[in-house]
Design a protein around this ligand. Structure first.
Ligand code: ADP
Length: 576
């Protein structure tokens, strides 16, 4: 059982404690220097009152103020360099951790979490750390140290006055905090609506061809407009919840001096306070109260950040696929077995129900049946895209859960209808991060019947695919995927035969490519065009998540069951 992840800003910052401590220390020195101008003003006024102010005296104090300002600037720059470096390192580390974790999750997770939402978590939520760690740590150090030092100094000079000064500060923080009890809930809602919004924007952009075809605008695209509405609504609620308390804080802290002045005046008249100390109190009170205002801002920022991290916590707390420790050699030939397998994407509907099946080593098994019958699901379960609800799938007699995750990946090669191509060169798209040599990549492309086409391109294998590069037809994409699978040379191949690329030339090339790919492998072919699997060793007919028939083509046709009807219908369609 994986331990729950108690990710918080503080735990993340721990790993950068060296840099952060340095940044905070420098920020505290900087804060100490920020008293110097007040002290200089105090000295000047004192000299004025005592009529001892001379040019050299004034120049000296002016120089002190300038040196302090320059030093303050240097220290603050060094502090921000430390905290920014710490922030970027923390973000980098967290992004890597999340990406690494994502790569170990099963596909079900990605089905429930749209790419836009994941991108939002990775960039927006983690991005907010920068502001907090790089800026707020310094502000926080200053917001704590400045009032504490001032308070101790003033307490030493005149305890009654110092204690009275605390009253507006405490009120200025406590009142808004009491009034903003709903704020943490709203920040959670904000993080959620923000993630929904980035998910729908992503979907809106990626569905642009359909959106254009049906003349949809951003407003008419329901998912986007309601996400945008919820987001704006949440922002309004947050503003509604925080505006009044913040205004109250501003008024209390800004007018705090009006509270301390009469008390100081009374003490002065009673002889409890000298004129100079009274003057110092007036000067330092302004500095004292402004620190509390920063404190409130930082507290609100921290709440927003912690809510944003909730989505990261959810990702990190999702159980990854746990593989066993059995490694099966890639060079073997394996039997694949389904024993009473049941599986549903959601609780109330089973996509596969009590499926038992044996795929003999090195044979070709075809999965046929109507759309939604469960063929793709059954094939994907072999790669542990999801785990079965009950029953076992085994390779070479070893249950999938006992096989080491990497070994399982090595054992299986999937070629699906929707081919994922990276925005990279054709060479890298075939090589897919393996350390295959150029000769091996070219040999795979030749076997997959795509080398001829690649050689006609001016930059050959170095041609880029994607937005700024060449666009491939469906058939070409599928042959790239076949080349990848040939290069991978896995003993188990799962091939989803596409229907959309059925022009004669493509079909012929794909058949040739398949001959290279499937030689000696345990193969599953999800078949749409039945003539392509007439020679399969076993044809398995799925219907409503169950196996309803299986056998060789001739036997199934002769049996007069579902397959024979499908075959007749198929022949009729082909004849048209
Ligand atoms: P086939 O490959 O035979 O067309 P599938 O295995 O894709 O069928 O689907 C089997 C059932 O599971 C269908 O009812 C389908 O709607 C459902 N299904 C497929 N993929 C998902 C998914 N990612 N989430 C929820 N339901 C799914």
């Amino acid at each position: 059982m994986q331990r729950k992840n108690t990710l918080s800003v503080l735990t993340l910052m721990k790993e950068e404690r060296g840099r952060l401590s340095a940044g905070i220390f420098l920020a505290i020195l900087c804060s100490a220097l920020s008293f110097v101008p007040y002290f200089v003003i105090y000295q000047m006024i004192l000299s004025l009152i005592r009529q001892t102010l001379s040019f050299s005296n004034a120049l000296f104090w002016a120089m002190v103020a300038v040196v302090a300002a320059v030093l303050q600037n240097v220290l603050l720059s060094c502090a921000t360099i430390c905290t920014h470096t710490a922030a970027f390192n923390t973000m980098h580390r967290l992004k890597l951790r999340v990406l690494e974790h994502l790569s170990r999750l099963n596909l079900g997770f990605f089905h429930d979490h749209a790419p836009g939402r994941l991108k939002g978590a990775l960039f927006d939520d983690i991005g907010r750390l920068e502001d907090f760690i790089a800026h707020n740590t310094i502000e926080l150090a200053q917001a704590i140290v400045v009032p504490v030092l001032l308070f101790l100094l003033l307490l030493f000079l005149q305890p009654v006055m110092a204690l009275c000064m605390l009253i507006p500060a405490v009120l200025g923080i406590a009142l808004p905090m009491a009034m903003m009890r709903r704020y943490p809930d709203l920040t959670n809602e904000y993080a959620k609506t923000m993630s929904e919004l980035s998910g729908s924007v992503n979907e809106f952009v990626s569905c642009m061809p359909i959106i254009k075809m049906y003349g949809l605008t951003a407003e008419k695209f329901k998912k986007y407009s309601s996400a945008a509405l919820a987001y704006t609504g949440c922002l309004k609620k947050m503003a509604g919840c925080s505006c009044r308390p913040i205004a109250i804080t501003i008024v209390i802290l800004d007018s705090g001096i009006l509270f301390t002045l009469p008390i100081g005046g009374l003490l002065y008249l009673n002889g409890g306070l000298t004129a100079e100390v009274f003057l110092l109190f007036i000067l330092l009170t302004m500095c004292f109260y402004s620190a509390f205002f920063s404190l409130l801002n930082i507290m609100m920022g921290h709440m927003e950040l912690e809510s944003g991290l909730a989505s990261i916590k959810e990702i990190l707390n999702t159980q990854p696929i746990c593989g066993g420790d059995k490694k099966l050699p890639k060079t073997g030939s394996y039997e694949v077995r389904f024993d009473d397998v049941c599986f549903g994407y959601d609780r109330d509907r089973q996509a596969l129900s009590h499926v038992s099946l044996t795929l003999n080593p090195g044979t070709l098994t075809a999965f046929v049946g109507p759309s939604g019958a469960g063929k793709t699901t059954a094939a994907q379960l072999i790669g542990r895209y999801w785990d079965t609800d009950s029953g076992t799938i085994s390779i070479g007699g070893v249950p999938l859960q006992d096989i080491d995750s990497e070994s399982l990946m090595d054992l299986t090669a999937f070629v699906f209808q929707d081919v994922f191509l990276m925005e990279d060169t054709l060479f890298e798209n075939i090589r897919m991060g393996s350390n295959a040599t150029e000769e091996q990549v070219i040999a795979a492309a030749k076997a997959a019947q795509i080398d001829d086409f690649i050689c006609t391109l001016p930059q050959g294998y170095q041609t880029r695919i994607g937005d700024k590069g060449v666009k491939l037809s469906g058939g070409q994409q599928q042959r790239i995927a076949i080349a990848r699978a040939i290069l991978k040379d896995a003993p188990i191949v799962i091939f989803d035969e596409a229907t959309s690329y059925s022009d004669i030339e493509n079909e012929h090339k794909i058949q040739l490519a398949l001959q290279s790919l499937l030689k000696g492998k345990t193969t599953i072919m999800i078949a749409h065009r039945l003539h392509t699997i007439r020679n399969a060793d076993n044809i398995v007919v799925f219907d409503a998540g169950q196996i309803v028939e299986q056998g060789r083509h001739e036997d199934l046709v002769a049996a007069g069951g579902i397959y024979s009807h499908m075959w007749k219908a198929y022949l009729g369609k082909e004849a048209v």
